[in-house]
Design a protein around this ligand. Structure first.
Ligand code: IVH
Length: 672
């Protein structure tokens, strides 16, 4: 074997010196915005380091400033367990609620006045960073709060993340923060994507989340993410006994901490500071959706503790929904797959919460009348839950007299058949089962992810195929031929073959997907699973009587009647027959009763489980024949209690429901 080459001590020393120096100048430049050397001098340092590392590659360490953009991941990111769960925050929406929070805190602590730190709530992705002996070891996402994903390589590309701390005496430290995409970078990214014909990100938060999940750090590095550290997980040795002091210490260690944090002596100062920020948020280079209010003293934080979801020593104050003013050009009608007709406002494009909005829902005709919204009106628009834009109200003062009062038409805008409104319902419906809008909607639903999951058969393709007479219902999907598809623009040999292959694959999907996909009114995914588990085949379901159906726990009379009606309709039977003839699987094996030890039992989970995410636990219970509910009632059989259980725990006690811990749960499911 070749003898290991000796590296001169001066080289080792110089490499170390260079790294420290470069890290410091990074901090001055990226975090403080206050460089103390010229770009040229900085580049010389980096060049020298690169040169030495090239000569002595043995000296390269993952925390060297030359290694910010590392190798690509293959497959999934590794999982990391959080030493301390990463919690979320409870929200408040008014100053009264902030006062209530303060009252509760003071009452529980038994003191008359409490100091708070108030800081911007940055709309990004929660991450934690762990340093050992001053070097970055792990950067991870929050995941389900207990287990996250190790995305160290991507986090390292963010220039404001120190790879080494500026102080060397901290043995171990974990900090939490928010990775975000600055507004400018977001606009730029979407502009590029638009030019390349890629789908646009809805807002900077989604863009940041999507970017952090990329497997190639080179692409991440291009996207200009940034970070703000806002919470200390733990530090050994301690770096302070209150939040305010710790934020200052973290800054000295080289972190970019959340800006504009302020120490407030009492709740009045807290509210005044929140108020000051309501108008200033738009000027910030990052999206913020509120302020976070934290009890300053750590000893008090510890005494207050946490629920399973959020600490009880902090709260978020969410700013009132942002309203944007724009002109409502006209009202159009959308016909869904069930025939329900929804009015939609077409707007002059307006920028709100990081996106350009051109459409907004008006819910239904009654809402339009109640709010007196007219075509041509100036209106206020917001995003409900910041996702779906909604017209809040018109601005009547700006009317010119040209505006048109909206009248619901008598006929379906797509097929012309009369619209019907049943007593007690707000919705107008088109009852023509052959209405092209409904036909398309039903096919899209059938092919959608939770149903038969036929990739490549989305809305655009379905529209194309229906408009060209290839599809009349979802049964026709299985009779599409290569030569039918390949002639359309946008399809080549490969995409046509892929689509046919995906269609073929879908024939073997689980029964519940089929039951969900065929679109029985009132039968969602959950009910479809119940039905599949109970009947094991479409034929058995088809033959079920009303009483058979209602005797199933979880199926009420409305759902039962919908199912009966569906199978009475000869049109539906014809489509089912097409599926059968094409070889779509319409039954599944009957599981042995022995495999269903939780049959008929209802579980509720509270607190964090060590070995399962909530989703996993739910899946297991359902597989074994049980049911998971989100709230405790007299019908609950077991409440499974994890770490930091919430109010469901108390409720279970007060109702006398059987409470078990994770170990006992594992025994029940045979996973000791
Ligand atoms: S403190 C244990 N401070 O908001 C307390 N969170 O809606 C942890 N967030 O999951 C949260 N800015 O990712 C805190 N200044 C700030 C924040 C902040 C944004 C995020 C955080 C949290 C989410 C809750």
């Amino acid at each position: 074997m070749e003898e290991k080459r000796k590296i001169p001590d001066e080289v080792r020393k110089r490499v170390e010196e260079l790294r420290k120096e470069i890290e410091y100048h990074n901090y001055r430049y990226y975090v403080l915005n206050d460089p103390v050397i010229s770009d040229y001098e900085y580049d010389q340092l980096v060049k020298e380091l690169i040169e030495l590392e090239r000569k002595y590659p043995e000296l390269i360490t993952p925390d060297s400033p030359t290694q910010r953009v590392g190798a690509e991941w293959v497959g999934e990111f590794p999982k990391v367990e959080h030493k301390i769960p990463m919690l979320s925050l409870d929200n408040t929406y008014s100053y009264d609620e902030i006062r209530e929070f303060d009252n509760r805190v003071r009452r529980e602590l038994g003191i008359s006045n409490v100091e708070y730190v108030v800081e911007p709530k940055i709309d990004g992705v929660a991450v934690k960073l762990v340093y050992e002996d001053g070097r970055l070891k792990v950067g991870a996402t929050r995941g389900n709060g207990v287990v996250g994903e190790d995305i160290t390589n991507n986090i390292k590309t963010i220039r404001t993340v120190p790879l080494r701390l500026l102080r060397e005496d901290i043995r171990e430290i974990e900090v939490r923060g928010e990775v975000y995409m600055p507004k400018e970078a977001f606009k730029q990214l979407n502009k590029e994507r638009e030019e390349q014909g890629l789908t646009l990100f809805a807002n900077p938060r989604n863009a940041a989340a999507g970017t952090l999940k990329l497997l190639d750090p080179k692409e991440v590095a291009r996207r200009k993410l940034d970070i703000c550290i806002h919470t200390l997980g733990y530090a050994e040795p301690s770096i302070g006994d209150n939040h305010y002091e710790v934020l200052q210490r973290l800054s000295e260690l080289g972190f970019k901490v959340v800006p504009y944090f302020k120490l407030c002596k009492n709740v009045d100062e807290v509210i005044a500071y929140c108020d000051e920020w309501a108008d200033k948020r738009d000027e910030q280079p990052f999206e913020m959706d509120g302020m976070v209010i934290k009890v300053n003293t750590f000893a008090y934080q510890r005494r207050l503790g946490a629920t399973s979801k959020a600490p009880r020593w902090a709260i978020a104050y969410k700013f009132p929904a942002q309203l944007a003013r724009t002109k409502l050009k006209k009202i159009i009608l959308q016909v869904g797959r069930t025939g329900v007709v929804t009015p939609v406002a077409v707007l002059e494009p307006v920028f709100i919460y990081g996106t350009t909005v051109t459409r907004a829902t008006l819910h239904n005709a009654d809402e339009i009348k109640r709010k007196d919204i007219r075509e041509g009106d100036w209106v206020f628009v917001t995003k409900g839950g910041e996702i779906i834009p909604e017209v809040v109200k018109p601005i009547p003062e700006l009317r010119t007299g040209e505006e048109k009062v909206f009248e619901m038409p008598k006929n379906c805008p797509v097929c012309g058949s009369p619209l019907i409104r049943y007593p007690g319902e707000v919705a107008y419906r088109c009852e023509n089962i052959r209405c092209p809008a409904q036909v398309k909607g039903r096919i899209v639903h059938f092919a959608s992810r939770n149903a038969m999951d036929i990739r490549g058969l989305g809305e655009r393709t379905v529209n194309l195929f229906v408009d060209n007479g290839l599809l009349e219902d979802f049964g026709d999907i299985y009779y599409l031929r290569y030569e039918d598809i390949v002639r359309f623009e946008g399809f080549g040999d490969k995409s046509a073959r892929n689509l046919l292959e995906n269609i073929e694959q879908s024939k073997k999907r689980e029964l519940f997907r089929l039951i969900f996909g065929i679109g029985i009114s009132n039968v969602g995914l959950y009910t479809a699973k119940l039905l599949a588990r109970h009947f094991h085949s479409i034929d058995a379901l088809m033959g079920a009587k009303f009483d058979d159906l209602t005797s199933i726990e979880g199926i009420g009379p409305v759902v039962a009647q919908s199912i009966i009606n569906y199978f009475k309709n000869p049109e539906n039977l014809k489509v089912l027959d097409k599926l059968r003839r094409a070889g779509v699987r319409m039954e599944e094996e009957i599981k042995e009763v022995a495999e269903q030890p939780l049959k008929g039992l209802t579980f509720v989970f509270t607190g964090a489980l060590k070995d399962f995410s909530r989703e996993e636990a739910k899946e297991i219970v359902e597989k074994l024949g049980g049911r998971v509910s989100s709230s405790v009632s007299r019908k609950t059989d077991y409440v499974v209690v994890g770490e930091n259980p919430g109010s469901k725990y108390q409720k279970a006690i007060s109702l006398g429901i059987k409470i078990i811990n994770e170990e006992e749960f594992k025994k029940m499911i045979g996973r000791e």
